[in-house]
Design a protein around this ligand. Structure first.
Ligand code: ZN
Ligand code: ZN
Length: 295
């Protein structure tokens, strides 16, 4: 997800959240892992954290690095600057599917794609993302530019030989059809995977990665737990999508990469694995997808 920050603050305020303090840090992991999708440029809570504070808190609990996802020109530039300034950050750059129609209506979509193309050439940019389709927030008559933008982003991931992070909201069939029709990039990640076990099998068979977010812990998300169960271990990633999707039991509080241990421990319990074993596997998958953080 990506939102204009000021709009985001308004929406969150409207939710009537009572406790906007960052929660206490969970017990540290003993094997490090990475958060492969977060929006650290969006400040949240009554005491917003700086980029360095976010990364220090994450590192202190064993979350060694973060892939900073983007949704428009400004956030993509922010991501590249963050990745260039701190070895714990890698950048993903893109125009979000919910932003593509507005760029197109302003006659700016081609220009925006050109900017993403330039930013994708930066050595710390390791993914195009988030791109994809969102039929939840975008009405039918504005979806043409979403498809146009998605296909342009697929081409950029191939051109730069980097991964692609897909945002798929209420658009599973159309996303899978588009990938099959135009050919997916070699490394394709479904960020915040939202399908069921049947879709997880389709993705795994196609070689796609499935990234699970805090909503896998939500009571009503049995479909995500069933998807997790059928996903091959070498295709699993973990993310926060911070500041969104704070895991149980902290829903309503600001989310941040240092809360990854909650989601990871939950996933390990679901899978019947030792936490260290799952963390080590996910860390290996993350480096396979995005390359080394220290390069
Ligand atoms: Zn998203
Ligand atoms: Zn996101």
């Amino acid at each position: 997800m990506t939102e204009n920050p000021s709009q985001y603050v308004r929406e969150r305020a409207a939710e009537g959240r009572k406790d906007l303090r960052y929660p206490a840090a969970p017990e540290p992991l003993t094997a490090p892992v990475y958060d492969n999708h977060a929006h650290l440029e969006i400040t949240d809570g009554v005491e917003p954290l700086s980029l360095k504070e976010q990364l220090d808190r994450a590192e202190a609990v064993g979350v060694a690095g973060v892939v900073q996802a983007s949704g428009d020109i400004e956030s993509s530039r922010w991501a590249v600057d963050a990745a260039a300034s701190d070895p714990r950050v890698l950048a993903a750059v893109a125009i979000h599917p919910n932003d593509a129609p507005a760029y197109a209506e302003a006659g700016q979509l081609d220009h925006a794609i050109d900017v993403i193309d330039e930013l994708a050439a930066h050595p710390r940019t390791r993914a195009i993302g988030e791109t994809g389709l969102d039929f939840f927030r975008t009405e039918e008559d504005r979806r043409g530019p979403q498809f146009e933008s998605f296909e342009a982003h697929i081409a950029l991931a191939k051109k730069h030989a980097i991964a692609m992070q897909i945002h798929d909201r209420d658009a599973h069939d159309a996303v899978l059809e588009t990938l099959a029709r135009v050919g997916a990039p070699e490394t394709t990640v479904f960020h915040c995977f939202s399908g069921d076990d049947a879709m997880a099998r389709i993705c795994a068979d196609a070689g796609y990665y499935l990234s699970f977010a805090g909503n896998v812990t939500f009571k009503n998300a049995q479909n995500l737990r069933e998807a997790l169960q059928v996903t091959p271990l070498d295709r699993i990633l973990v993310e926060t999508d911070a500041p969104f999707l704070t895991p149980v039991p902290l829903r309503g509080r600001p989310n941040a990469p240092y809360l990854i241990p909650l989601t990871l421990r939950f996933m390990a319990a679901e899978l019947g694995l030792e936490v260290d074993e799952l963390a080590t596997q996910i860390a290996r998958n993350t480096v396979t997808v995005y390359g080394s953080f220290s390069d």
